[in-house]
Design a protein around this ligand. Sequence first.
Ligand SMILES: NC(=O)c1ccc[n+]([C@@H]2O[C@H](COP(=O)([O-])OP(=O)(O)OC[C@H]3O[C@@H](n4cnc5c(N)ncnc54)[C@H](O)[C@@H]3O)[C@@H](O)[C@H]2O)c1
Ligand SMILES: [Zn+2]
Ligand SMILES: [Zn+2]
Length: 344
Amino acid sequence: MKALIYKNNNIEFIDKPKPEIQSPRDAIVKVKLSSICTSDLHIIKGFVPQAKEEIVLGHEFVGEVVEIGSDISNIKVGDRVSANCETFCGECYFCKRGFINNCVNGGWELGCKIDGCQAEFVRVPFADKGLTKIPKNVSFENALFVGDILSSGYFGVELCDIKENETLAVIGAGPVGLCAMMCAKAIKNCNIIAIDIDNKRLNLAQKLKFADYTFNPNKIDIEKEVNKITQNRGADGVVEAAGGDNTFELAWKIARPNSVVGVVAMYEVNQILPLPQMYGKNLIFKTGGVDAIHTQMLLDLISKNRINTDFLISKVFNFDEINRAYEYFRAKTDDCLKVAIKYN
Ligand SMILES: NC(=O)c1ccc[n+]([C@@H]2O[C@H](COP(=O)([O-])OP(=O)(O)OC[C@H]3O[C@@H](n4cnc5c(N)ncnc54)[C@H](O)[C@@H]3O)[C@@H](O)[C@H]2O)c1
Ligand SMILES: [Zn+2]
Ligand SMILES: [Zn+2]
């Protein structure tokens, strides 16, 4: 089969043997659509030390089950499935508490430590946990982002413990931030403040009706504007999904006392927590690699037309054009948010 591997801080399109079942809880999935994640770019740049050389890249995909191990009963051959970006056993200390990102038997494996989905077929370990059946009225396109970007956006909202009708500020209107806004709007009817330095992305957030207010920190004093909207209290929750130079600082500054700052962004440098300055704000900080345990619920919301991530697909490429897809995504050509790779 054809596969895209990571080699010498670059990518290479090669032929390699089709994966086989290795354990009773494995499944083999024929990939139908996959995407490229910023984490794939991080691997290629050499920023992910645990990534194995010559691994097949990719962890965001949907497909059709073609083979199952002897212990799999909730999924059968022919099922259309969305895959979780994390591999998790469901039985360890962390999994039992929903903290699957820290599963002692898994974690971020696909496309990092074991072969991922930018190939015609992929072996999914603990497939009874990692695969979710796609409802009949949901297309592969509709379900593509459920196991990674959509889950990450939802996770940001969940971290903030936001209540119905409260005001949520989301820093970063990239794929994760937009998904956070969409979920908070659809599930909690939140008042959303979108913050980004990219006006095009802010306009999109407004056009999609995810954001009630859009603010660009290069243009206005965000703290002042947030205070105006919130009777000087600050936002009831802040999702930090930008990871920019000053966005961590902005996040705690615009949070109202006793609220939660949910940090989903991955920083490239350490951040400062100036406790004397924020003394008395009584903030709660939560950070996290996504615990993507709500894939069923998110697919149900898509099925009921309450959320829809199709807007994320800026361009579709055929699998044999995947090199071009990487270039397009990396360069943010045509203001690209995400690409979809189509397989035969
Ligand atoms: N925790 C997880 O499990 C998880 C999962 C997926 C992605 N992430 C991380 O979440 C973040 C967002 O992901 P994405 O795919 O949406 O990335 P992205 O780069 O497309 O979006 C980030 C947005 O932040 C904006 N931004 C950058 N600097 C800013 C600043 N100073 N002020 C305001 N806005 C600024 C950018 O213009 C961009 O629109 C990344 O850091 C990514 O690594 C984390
Ligand atoms: Zn990812
Ligand atoms: Zn586990």
